[in-house]
Design a protein around this ligand. Structure first.
Ligand code: CTP
Ligand code: CA
Length: 224
């Protein structure tokens, strides 16, 4: 079948995307993680590539196949993701933070495996806050750079979801925020997604529902 080549409306643009979920090491064999599969971020990378962009993907523990035709940097933890994003940010026209970043990491990483015998019946972990990567990138943005964040929320009420999104984009200082609802059976690791996109004033500029590749293209329509 003949498949039409998509419009090359991102030709020559350099797009930096983070995808997946970070893992925060606890000891040599364990980590604290989250349920992000990387599907939406990878779909964004593939869609941007197909629209002519030169894409750099910073991939944190993807559970989907790595895309071809993009420059790929693999990271594990939030601190590694932060470093990779900061190193690549200067050259990017567009930055999309689709990765699910752990908000906290274990205060110290044990040299050896944590043993039950040494711990007892309850184990308390001391966690420290990770840097806010998106807010940092927005703070150090280069002129004309477009910065897009994601907000995964479990809020079921549509009005309250919108209010959370508006609060969040103000805190982050990015240009657009893609808000999606997540839950036990929604958002993560699924093939479809439902999003709305806010601009920096909190105005809804896009709403999309469908496959992650079609949602990716709706997001890129706004960015383009
Ligand atoms: N993010 C980030 N660095 C962090 C935490 C989040 O860059 N340490 C980014 C995510 O990649 C996403 C956006 O910030 O693009 C929003 O993430 P989210 O977890 O929804 O927001 P938080 O600010 O962490 O607030 P909370 O989890 O408390 O709702
Ligand atoms: Ca968070």
């Amino acid at each position: 079948t003949y498949v039409e080549k998509p419009a090359q409306d991102l030709a020559g643009r350099r797009v930096l995307i983070s995808a997946g979920g970070t893992r925060e090491p606890l000891d040599p064999v364990r980590f604290l993680g989250n349920r992000s599969s990387g599907k939406q971020g990878v779909a964004l990378a593939e869609a941007a590539r197909d629209r002519g962009a030169s894409v750099t993907l910073v991939a944190a523990n993807l559970e989907v196949a790595e895309p071809t035709g993009v420059s790929l940097t693999r990271v594990g933890s939030a601190l590694e993701l932060n470093q990779a994003m900061r190193e690549a940010a200067g050259e990017a026209d567009v930055i999309i933070m689709a990765a699910a970043v752990a908000d906290y990491r274990p205060h110290s990483v044990r040299e050896g495996k944590i043993k039950k015998q040494d711990v007892g019946d309850t184990l308390s972990l001391e966690l420290v806050k990770n840097p806010d990567i998106l807010a940092g990138l927005a703070q150090h943005r280069t002129p004309g750079q477009v910065i897009v964040g994601f907000a995964a929320e479990t809020e079921a009420d549509a009005d309250r979801l919108l209010a959370l999104g508006r609060d969040k984009i103000e805190r982050k200082g990015c240009d657009f925020l893609v808000v999606n609802r997540v839950g036990w059976t929604q958002g993560f690791a699924t093939d479809g997604n439902t999003i709305l996109m806010l601009d920096h004033l909190g105005v809804i500029v896009q709403e999309a529902s469908g496959s992650k590749i079609s949602v990716a293209n709706c997001i890129l329509d706004v960015i383009a």
